[in-house]
Design a protein around this ligand. Structure first.
Ligand code: IPE
Ligand code: IPE
Ligand code: MG
Length: 235
């Protein structure tokens, strides 16, 4: 894998609930374990030279889960931000939470703003955490905002970034990883994944680990990306 300046990896961190259920534990225990794995994979990603890492932490459709689970997920996110911001600062990782903020508890919004402000100058890796994120919603909202202006790929992507509270353009996704065995996008980064390499693994998120990341990066290294063109040697 050559980690170029723009290398963007996105992960659908799925399988926390099943990890817990297989151990006879409540689903929330799976989310706690999942949050621990986030820390490990963030640090492994920075070490691997990934420039942007976007993690799907809470989808807009996840509001439909039983309220105790929703509450525990949001609480966990807030704890994660409170405890990991210092670590990110030390590792020069810039935190940016993408997605809607108008439906989040005010304490969580404040925690997001604090983490973003404190790490705004960090340059080693950008960590984007998608919370109350729905790609379809973002696209619709960007289209609505575009109604009065010039619309092209560049202006549209700027609008999408604005809708998502994205700190600048993260660029297209190069590698999309989904753990947990399912092979679908679940409304994640639909625009950004137009030419992403897709990597699905049966491993559940709490067990993904640095080894899981390296396996995905190695697989990516063997992919041939053509972007609709033909390779120079066969032209
Ligand atoms: C992913 O794990 C975490 C979130 C969606 C927040 P799940 O909670 O979806 O776990 P499974 O898919 O039920 O195992
Ligand atoms: C996708 O997982 C969302 C996150 C990982 C945050 P889900 O478990 O919510 O998705 P589906 O229901 O399997 O598509
Ligand atoms: Mg799931």
């Amino acid at each position: 894998m050559s980690a170029t300046g723009k290398f963007h990896v996105a992960i659908i961190m799925d399988g926390n609930g099943r990890w817990a259920q297989r151990r006879g534990l409540p689903r929330s225990a799976g989310h706690v374990q999942g949050a621990k794995m986030v820390r490990r994979v963030v640090e492994a990603s920075a070490r691997a030279g990934i420039r942007t890492l976007t993690l799907y932490a809470f989808s807009s459709d996840n509001w439909g889960r039983p309220s105790p689970e929703v509450e525990s997920l949001l609480r966990l996110l807030q704890c994660y931000l409170a405890s990991e911001t210092r670590r990110c600062l030390r590792n020069s990782v810039r935190i940016n939470v993408i997605g809607r903020r108008d439906r989040l508890p005010s304490g969580l919004v404040r925690a997001i703003e604090t983490s973003e402000q404190l790490t705004a100058h960090c340059t080693r890796m950008r960590l984007r955490i998608a919370v109350d994120y729905s790609s379809k919603h973002s696209i619709l909202e960007a289209v609505r905002r575009a109604a009065t202006g010039t619309l092209n790929t560049e202006t549209f992507e700027a609008l999408l970034a604005e809708v998502d509270h994205s700190a600048g353009d993260a660029g297209a996704v190069d590698l999309l990883i989904r753990t947990g065995g399912d092979q679908r996008l679940s409304d994640f980064l639909l625009w950004d994944c137009a030419y992403a390499e897709l990597y699905f693994t049966d491993v559940l998120w709490p067990e993904f680990g640095e080894a899981g990341l390296h396996a995905a990066l190695e697989d990516f290294g063997g992919r041939q990306r053509r972007f609709g063109k033909v390779l120079a040697e066969s032209a």
